[in-house]
Design a protein around this ligand. Structure first.
Ligand SMILES: Nc1ncnc2c1ncn2[C@@H]1O[C@H](COP(=O)(O)OP(=O)(O)OP(=O)(O)O)[C@@H](O)[C@H]1O
Ligand SMILES: [Mg+2]
Length: 269
């Protein structure tokens, strides 16, 4: 429970997933507050995508539970389940666009499938979503005509089509150059301000995590080893967490507080 007595937007209790007897997620207990950006970090293969799949209910837990607004999703009826699916937007790593239709049509698709809106209203809503991710100009392009960064933005526009209150991103900055990657972080921050949605972002990009996370969790070999704000997680002494953070930290830039190796007092002359 939060201080005001409301349950977390998302929570896992003893969440365990096994593949062929091997625990890929091992008794994960996390709490994601309403309206926060929660980042899931950890080395490759530690179970980040698997956790995301459980949170969006693409994958049922082997043991334990996922709760949305305090309710176990396993106990939802078909109608509630459908409502929750609509309230959930998922941004896949590669955008997961349909290649045979234009960007505009890709974003319109979920609206046509789920909402009873006249075509003119759909058209306007699509324009809004594309404008939100800076792709209005590219509305009539086919997915193959988009750059990697644009494709990721397009995936976001589509995930936002139904005005979700829960938005999940799998590696939004992977494969992007540092400048485009920073633009993506800014977009996530803008969306947070504009939508007020609860966002869960999987990344192994430390600078990105630092920039966007309200709180974050570090996974390692299926266990949640540290959870908290950036500063709290940085203060952890757990050797596995330290190993991950130190390996992925950016090297210090000489001249910005780092000690030069050569020419320093006591250094090599
Ligand atoms: N459907 C599956 N069947 C069997 N094993 C799986 C399945 N999905 C994932 N795994 C295994 O579970 C482990 C965690 O995978 P997951 O994709 O969650 O890792 P990740 O943290 O997202 O890694 P990356 O950073 O490389 O994306 C890996 O060892 C993977 O091989
Ligand atoms: Mg992954």
């Amino acid at each position: 429970m939060a201080e005001d007595g409301t349950p977390p937007a998302l929570e896992t209790r003893g969440l365990t997933v096994r593949f062929g007897g091997r625990a890929v997620l091992d008794r994960i207990d996390i709490r994601i507050r309403r309206g926060e950006t929660y980042v899931v970090m950890g080395p490759s293969g530690c179970g980040k995508t698997t956790l995301l799949k459980c949170l969006v209910r693409l994958l049922p837990p082997t043991e334990g539970s996922v709760l949305v607004d305090g309710r176990d999703v396993a106990g939802l009826g078909p109608e509630e389940s459908d409502d929750l699916r609509r309230a959930t937007g998922m941004v896949f790593q590669n955008g997961a666009l349909l290649n045979s239709i234009s960007l505009r049509e890709n974003v319109a698709l979920p609206m046509r499938a789920h909402l009873d809106m006249p075509p003119g209203v759909v058209e306007e809503a699509v324009r809004m979503k594309l404008a939100q991710v800076g792709l209005l100009e590219a509305a009539d392009r086919m997915p193959a005509e988009l750059s990697g960064g644009m494709r990721k933005r397009a995936g976001i526009a589509r995930a936002l089509a139904l005005d979700p209150r829960l938005v999940f991103f799998d590696e939004p900055t992977s494969g992007l150059d540092p400048v485009t990657s920073d633009g993506m972080d800014n977009l996530v921050l803008e969306l947070k301000a504009a939508l007020g949605a609860t966002m869960v972002v999987v990344t192994h990009d430390l600078p990105s995590a630092r920039k966007i996370a309200d709180r974050l969790v570090v996974l390692s070999r299926g266990r949640a080893l540290a959870e908290g704000t950036w500063d709290e997680v940085q203060a952890t002494t757990d050797p596995e967490v330290r190993g991950f953070l130190d390996r992925h930290a950016e090297p210090p830039v000489i001249g910005e507080g780092a000690t030069p190796l050569v020419g320093a007092p006591g250094g090599m002359a």
